[in-house]
Design a binder for this molecule. Structure first.
Ligand code: SF4
Length: 327
């Protein structure tokens, strides 16, 4: 994996984006969110659009160039259900004996800000983060009707977990059970995610879990572009508040959104991308891991997901438990 050198244009966009975010916060306006008693005006739309453009440009400029390999397809077949990984895609080997460690990846990356704090808001205590998340949920999200997914939902699934978590998981959207309970990842996929978290020597109370859309798409279809656009500011704000060290994207939609690339999950797995002071990692969605057949292939895919999680553990300084070392 090589990284595109930082060009003067990249640097310009990076500087402008940082300035814009700081300016926004100096104005006391929550980034990409509006108090419920204020109407969005043309000024806000222009400002938001410009910020989003900055961010897209910056992410595109910072996107690593994947190695040329016949194993990594340019495109994957369209995803027609909540199965988040392509069938039949040969996924690149993520960790090879000669691969650099996560620390080396980070050290070699010319795109990392000089200091991590360049991306972050003023440091917040766990209590302040909890209060900020509460405000975001109650005052800014509220009983949101910003997109058509509000029509059929029973509960908004905001996200849950440790507001001061070092590790954050981001999935695609709530399913039936999540819509019923208002909690993320509580069905069978949630149980598998719990197992994955436990395999990392953590438990659910130590991580934060959220989705890119907070309301259930009908029939568990993929969220549409306008729905993601309407809801993504709340995810971005959650990340901004929590300031995790590692974000694990579960499935292609979440990975494409945060990596800023429309490509296959196979092309994103194995990359460690800096993102607002955190590191992004992509892996399979638990619901895909549950559905993949036959059992031998399912085991193979789970091992690949475990390889991805070990990348996160490496960055977090977690030791792989002896019982899981041979997996
Ligand atoms: S999906 Fe997000 S933007 Fe759409 S209604 Fe639900 S909370 Fe609002």
């Amino acid at each position: 994996m090589t990284t595109r050198p930082l060009s003067p244009l990249d640097e310009k966009w990076t500087r402008r984006l940082v300035q814009a975010i700081r300016c926004y916060h100096d104005l006391g306006v929550s980034w990409l969110a509006f108090p419920p008693d204020r109407q969005r005006g043309p000024f806000h739309d222009t400002w938001h659009e410009w910020l989003l453009t900055c961010e897209r440009e910056w992410r595109a400029a910072r996107t690593p160039v994947p190695p040329a390999s016949d194993d990594v397809p340019d495109r994957e077949p369209p995803v027609t259900s909540r199965e988040h990984a392509p069938v039949g895609v040969s996924v690149q080997e993520v960790i090879k004996p000669s691969s650099p460690s996560a620390d080396e990846w980070a050290a070699d990356d010319p795109g990392l800000p000089a200091t991590e704090t360049e991306w972050s808001l003023p440091a917040m205590s766990a209590a302040e983060k909890a209060a900020a998340l509460e405000r975001l949920q109650q005052l800014e999200l509220g009983e949101c009707t910003r997109c058509k997914l509000s029509d059929g939902r029973r509960h908004i699934v905001f996200g849950e977990g440790n507001p001061d978590a070092g590790l954050m998981f981001v999935g695609e959207g709530p399913g039936q059970e999540e819509d019923r309970t208002g909690r993320p990842f509580v069905g069978r996929a949630g149980q598998l995610l719990d197992d994955m978290i436990r395999a990392m020597s953590l438990d659910r109370s130590q991580v934060y879990i959220a989705n890119i859309v907070k309301c259930r798409p009908p029939g568990n279809r993929d969220p549409e572009t306008d729905e993601i656009a309407a809801c993504q500011p709340f995810l971005f704000r959650q990340i901004e508040i929590i300031q995790p060290r590692v974000i694990v994207c579960l499935g292609r939609p979440a990975a494409c959104l945060l990596f800023g690339r429309k490509t296959s999950l196979g092309a994103l797995r194995g990359s460690i991308i800096p993102y607002q002071g955190a590191r992004l990692i992509a892996t399979y969605h638990p619901s895909y891991l549950l559905r993949v057949k036959p059992p031998a292939r399912q085991k193979e895919e789970k091992l690949k997901a475990w390889t991805d999680l070990k990348l996160a553990m490496n960055i977090l300084g977690l030791k792989v438990p002896a019982s899981n070392r041979q997996k």
